[in-house]
Design a protein around this ligand. Sequence first.
Ligand SMILES: Cc1ncc(C[n+]2csc(CCOP(=O)(O)OP(=O)(O)O)c2C)c(N)n1
Ligand SMILES: [Mg+2]
Length: 576
Amino acid sequence: MASKARTLAKPVNKSSFKTGAQIIVDTLLEQGVDTMFCYPGGVVLPLFDRLYDAPIRFINPRHEQGGCHMADAYARASGKVGVVVVTSGPGACNLTTGLATAMMDSVPIVALTGQVRTELIGNDAFQEADTTGITRPITKYNCIVKKVEDLARTIREGFFIASTGRPGPVVIDIPVDIEVAKCSVDGSDEMNLPGYRVRAKGNARQISTAARAINNSERPVLYVGGGVISANASEDLRVLAEKAHLPVTTTLLGLGTFDQRKPESLDMLGMHGSAYANYAVQECDLLIAVGARFDDRVTGKLKTFAPHAKVVHIDIDPASISKNVRVDIPVVGDAKLILAELIKEVEFRERQQWFKKIAGWKKKYPFSYDRQAKTVKPQYVVEELCRQTKSEAVITTGVGQNQMWAAQFYRFIKPRQLISSGGLGTMGFGLPAAIGAQVARPEATVIDIDGDSSFNMTMTELATAVQYNLPINVCILNNGYMGMVRQWQELFYNKRYSNSSLSNPDYAMVARAIGAVGITVDKKEDVPKAIKKMLAEKKPCVVDFKIEREENVWPMVPAGKSLDEMDGLDILERLI
Ligand SMILES: Cc1ncc(C[n+]2csc(CCOP(=O)(O)OP(=O)(O)O)c2C)c(N)n1
Ligand SMILES: [Mg+2]
C-alpha cells in the first residue's frame, strides 16, 4: 500500500487509504447505522469480512425476503432507515418482494447488493443478475457503483434519498472488485444530487385557503394516511383535529396516528372500513387528506367518491396530487410543518348536527360479531389481545382476513404501532416484520396477528427469532383457508372454493421443533389463558388459534362499488 501511495501525484496520508469494503462500513457508521439485516454470498465476502469487526448488530435471516421485511419493519417501528445487505443474483432477486412492499408503503430502506466483478457484468457470470434493471420500478432510486471513489458519496446519497421527501427503498449495487479496490478518502466527497429536490415548507397562501375551507365547513372529515406517521406529525394532527373539531378517519397504514378511543375517531375507512367512516366520507362537504394517496381500497368507485366534498390534499409527493381524485386545494410539503401552520389559522366549531349524525351511524353499525358463538371467533381473539395488552402492543399482520380483523378489532393509540403491508398486500410479511419491530423496540410486546397461509410463506424466519432470542408472539388465526380468497369465492364465485383450502402442519409442533413455544387453542374458553401464557413467555411463541372456518369480514365494499354500497350492514346490525 505504501509503495502504491508513493506513485500518486499528490502525497496522501497513508491512514486515509481504504478498501471499498472499509469505506462501506465507515460510511454506514457515519450514517448512524447500528443494526443491519444481512445474508452472505461470494461477492459480498470482502464486505462481510470488514463487517465482522464493526460495532453493528447483525441479524441473519433465513431468506433475503425475510431480511428485507425485517429491515422494513425496523424502519417503520423506529423511524430510522432499515439496512439490508445481500449477495448478487439469487440474493438480490430474493429482495424484490420486500423492496416492492417498502416502495408501495413509502418505507426508507437502503439495500446493498453485491454484484459480480465489473469486467464480468453482462457476461452471464455465475450469480449475475441485472439487479438495477430488476429493481428499478420497485425502488425510489437505484444505482451501480463503478468506481471505488464514488462509494462513500453514493451511500450518503442513498440514505438521503431513502429518508427524505416521500421515503422509499434504495438499492446500491456494488461489484466485488469495488469492495477490494483501494482509494484515498478524506470524508469530503459530499452528496451531489442536483435533480433531487424536496419541498418541505407548504405554500402559505394554500395553507390559508385550506384553513378557511376548514373554518367554513359544516361537515368536514380528516382522512389520514401513513404519511403522517412518516412525518412524525401525529401529535400535530391530534392538535388540529381537536382545535378545529374534526372527525378523523385513517387508512390501514394511518392507524395509530389518532387515538381510536377518542370520540372524534371514525376508525379505518375503505373496503373493510367502518360504515360510519365510509358514510361520513360520502356525505362530507370537506375532505382533508393528509399523507394519504386515495388508494382504490380506500376510495371504492372513483366517480362517486366523496361526491359533495371539496378536497384538500396535504402531501410531500407532488406526483400524488390529483392522481386519483381531483384535488381543489393542494398543499405540497412536509405534513408536520404544514399542520403546524394550519393549526394557527383554524377555529373551533361545534358542528353539532354533523357529530350527531356520525354518532347515529356509530351506534347503528359498530364493528361486531357473534359474541354468543361457541366457536373461537377471530374477532374475539383480537379483542382479547387488545384487552390484555392494554392497546399498547406493536402489531404486525399477514394479509387477508387476519389483517382486516386486526385493523378492525385492535384499538390503536400510538403511531408506529401497526406494521402491515398495505399497498402491495404481501402475504408472509407478518413474521419477519415482527422480528424487525422487536429488534427496533426490544422493550415492546410485539404480536404478529397472522393468517395460516400468510404464515406458511415465511415461517422459516421463526428460526431467526429463536437464534436471536427475540420474544415475538405469533397468533395464527387459523381457518384452514386462504380466508379472504374464500370469502370472495363465497360471495362472487358461487362458493366454488378453487385452490383456497389448505392442509396445514401442526403449528405448535413446528414451533417447538424450531425451539420456540407452541400452543394450540381450539376452545373459546381457552383463549384468554393462552394469550396470558403467551405474553408471559420470554421465548418466541406461536399460538395456533383454530378459528371459525368460514367467518367473513364485514362490512365490505365490493370492488368497483361506491363506499356507501357496503355489504354486511344487516349482519352488523343484527349482531350488536
Ligand atoms: C404473496 C401473496 N400471494 C397471494 C396473495 C393473494 N391473497 C390475498 S389474501 C390471500 C389469502 C390469505 O390467507 P391467510 O393468510 O390464511 O389469511 P386469511 O384471509 O385466511 O386470514 C391471498 C392468497 C397475496 N396477497 N400475497
Ligand atoms: Mg387463513
